[in-house]
Ligand binder design. Structure first.
Ligand SMILES: Nc1ncnc2c1ncn2[C@@H]1O[C@H](COP(=O)(O)OP(=O)(O)OP(=O)(O)O)[C@@H](O)[C@H]1O
Ligand SMILES: [Mg+2]
Length: 232
């Protein structure tokens, strides 16, 4: 870990409107993530964890506040600029995995490589290698509908990691996994962090995972605060 900031979020606010009723989800969230740092975010269902991750990746825009990725202001960039920053620097694991239904596991994982301009055979090889790392070398040609929930989740993680991003945002990446598979996946993330200096923000409900992280923050009443008792 070093002192350079990979991600800096300041004063993020976000409300949703439902039938003219305003739901204030984020009320001024601050987050600093150093290069190589691993932070877990916990919080009750509906507390805004997924909403926050979407803002950090520029997948949705905040009502106010700023997000800088490696010093670049994400929310000031246009949609193309944000897509480029995501492609070049970020890996994102959606809570609902969002794999493309008509593509195989290997094709799903190869797509981010191809978007970076990597040739097809190299992209397929990188996808195969990454799927092997998450234990799915025997499932390369399966469609998402032909995979178990935990397998789909691991494909989504492989897709997020294949471009060797500087920062990975993962929304409950171990939610459908048994203990052993969850531990293996977290080991993979820790090893990447050590080997490549990758930074991580991981939303998790799994209390047994928390001691693995450098820091744990809790999203409560729209504010992100340190969860000091578990983080020590
Ligand atoms: N597009 C939307 N329109 C209206 N309300 C929304 C929208 N997206 C999220 N919300 C509301 O914002 C709140 C936070 O949702 P979010 O998905 O961020 O919670 P979460 O902490 O990720 O929950 P979980 O642990 O269940 O995944 C919820 O009350 C949800 O109903
Ligand atoms: Mg969520």
């Amino acid at each position: 870990m070093n002192d350079r900031l990979m991600l800096l979020a300041e004063g993020l606010t976000k409300s949703f409107f439902q039938n003219a009723t305003e739901v204030e989800v984020l009320k001024g969230v601050n987050l600093q993530l150093a290069v190589g740092e691993q932070v877990a975010i916990v919080g009750r269902s509906g507390s805004g964890k997924s909403s926050l991750l979407h803002l950090l990746a520029g997948l949705d825009s905040a009502d106010s506040g700023s997000v800088k990725v490696d010093g670049v202001d994400l929310l000031a960039a246009d949609a193309n600029g944000r897509a480029r920053i995501r492609r070049e620097k970020m890996g994102f694991v959606y809570q609902q995995h969002h794999l493309l239904a008509e593509f195989s596991a290997q094709e799903n994982v190869a797509i981010p490589q191809q978007l970076l301009g990597v040739g097809e055979s190299s992209a397929r090889q990188a996808a195969r290698d990454m799927l092997a790392l998450v234990g799915l070398e025997e499932r390369l040609n399966h469609l998402p509908s032909e995979l178990s929930g935990g397998e789909r989740q691991r494909v989504a993680v492989a897709r997020a990691l294949v471009n060797k991003p500087q920062v990975v945002l993962a929304d409950e990446p171990t939610g459908s996994l048994d203990r052993t598979s969850a531990e293996l996946l977290m080991d993979l993330l820790s090893n990447l962090s050590r080997a490549q200096g990758t930074s991580f923000v991981v939303v998790t409900h799994d209390v047994s995972m928390l001691q693995r992280f450098d820091r744990v923050a809790s999203l409560e009443a729209g504010i992100l605060q340190p969860l000091s008792s578990l983080a020590e």
